[in-house]
Design a protein around this ligand. Sequence first.
Ligand code: ADP
Ligand code: MG
Length: 639
Amino acid sequence: MKETKEFQTESKEILSLMINSIYSNNEIFLRELISNASDAIDKYKFNALKSDGKLPIIDHEIRLSVDKNTRTLTISDNGIGMTKNDLINNLGTIAKSGSKAFVKKLKEATDKNDFNIIGQFGVGFYSAFMVADKVEVLTKTANGKAFLFTSDGKDSYTIEDAKKEETGTNITIYLKKTTNEINYDKYLEEYTLKGIVKKYSDYIRYPIKMLCSHQKKKIDENGKELDNEYETIIEDETLNSMIPLWRKNKSEVKDEELNNFYKEKFNDFEDPLVSLFVRVDGNITYDALLYIPSHVPYDLYSDAYEKGLELYSKGVFIKEKCPELVPDYLKFVKGLVDSPDFNLNISREILQQSPMMKKISENIEKKIVSRLGELMKEDFDKYTKFFEAFGEHLKFGIYSTYGAKKDLLENLLVYHSLVNEDKYISLKEYKEKMLSEQKYIYYASGDSLDSIKLLPQIEKYRKMGIDVLLLDKKIDEFAIMMLRDYDKIEFKSITDESANEITEEEKKKIETVTNENMRLLDTIKEALKSEVDDVVISSKLVDAPVCLSTKDGLSLEMEKTLNEQPGMNNEVKAQKVLEINPEHDLFKILSTIQADDDTIKEYASILFDEAMILEGREIKNRGEFISKLNSLMIKAFKK
Ligand code: ADP
Ligand code: MG
């Protein structure tokens, strides 16, 4: 007897959308149907195990079969099957939260034809109607009768008695006619089906089989292969690899396998620098494969680069890039997460807000950071390689979170330093090697290591044997500003006015020289009032006549970086102090000859430009500088 039933209202809404869908990602219907088949096999196995032998233990498979004449694709499983009531309850109504959320979203959507939202939801069985104008479900439970469910996905469906020997379900899809816009015939092609299975269902635990054709060399009577004579052989092929690497026993997975998987999956020709296989069983349960590439991905800095990890649930692919799973500063990390706690039908919004997601992501962040910490101890050279490629991201992590990640990340930072020459030094090591009377962790910044080493202020540190961190990345000082200190020792820029390792004796001497030269200093200050805040006698210099330091934490390097930002019209100004070396001959002469104010002012401007050059900065007006210098030389010869 054939019964006709109406779909539930909410189901009709989804169905009408599916029927009219020209959604370009309609291939996901196969993922949905294969997942259902896999779930059905899970259920059969579960029942068989607790049936005390009443339900036989059998080999399970999912099968795809194609009939080009009828233009049908059938997905069969020997799983649990459905009773008549199951058909009505499971296929005639939507019971699932995912679909309910979808209907709600659909009702809210201003443009009802925004098919993109389909892709955000796994709408399960109904997705078949994206590609089908008729679907038949032939099904039988172990001890029940067989039924045939048929629907065109419009208002109603029919259920009738049917014939089927084996337990399980066959879902037959009558493909829509191919149009100019969409090719449905491709779902009859071996090639397409193989590709879709690989993409979405490679790690389904049961074999997904299909009859496939192969070209084979013909064989003669003696069993010898004939050249250039081929025949087409049709044989069963398993399309999926079944066991995801990350679901294997951790101890069975070799590093080489992890690396090969990475290269294949993420299209890299080089082994990753670090691979991590994480398995967490507890409040949250997930497996993860995490990789740090051994070189900067070519597109990392392009706008098109998306951070994130792949997301799976029980081996079934859900989403390619889940940005929620890694913090921005780890955007270079590649990999995947598989958690049984995520459900296939979950919507993007629900995913984003999911507290699980947040927990997993925090967990992953910690795992990566602690692995990097280990690497630093085990193999500093390798760690250095990592840091050269991605160290700036860690600094960015500290800066962009206003120091909230200080504790997590500070021990991963390494810097070049004055004493250590071209090798990197960690903050811990710097601290251990500090001189007993040293108050600060000193640093100096500039465009390049070489230009930093030429800073006039650095000479004294070199002489005293105090190490200075050399910061040549734009982000450096900004990150250090957020760190403030390391293990209670403050950072201090050697170009900061207050940076000084000075004895009482030296202090006194400076005071005396300052008092003796008040008028000279005031005149220079007056001459440079638009450039500097102060002019002082310095205790920081060895060979150089002058240097520029800054007050209030904004360095010359930061001033430059900030002014380079789009829309900045040199608005940022560091508070500059011109420091003069009292031991330098130039100062001594100026101090004794008591030149007239105009001459001093001319000297002042040259000294300022000299200081700028020594700090590795551009001088404002080169022409003016040169003509002043020349006029001084001419004066000297005239005398
Ligand atoms: P979900 O899989 O999220 O429950 P679907 O729309 O994909 O949602 O499927 C609805 C229900 O239909 C399933 O929960 C299951 O009970 C039933 N079902 C679908 N396909 C099969 C199948 N191949 N064998 C047995 N039951 C199935
Ligand atoms: Mg499903």
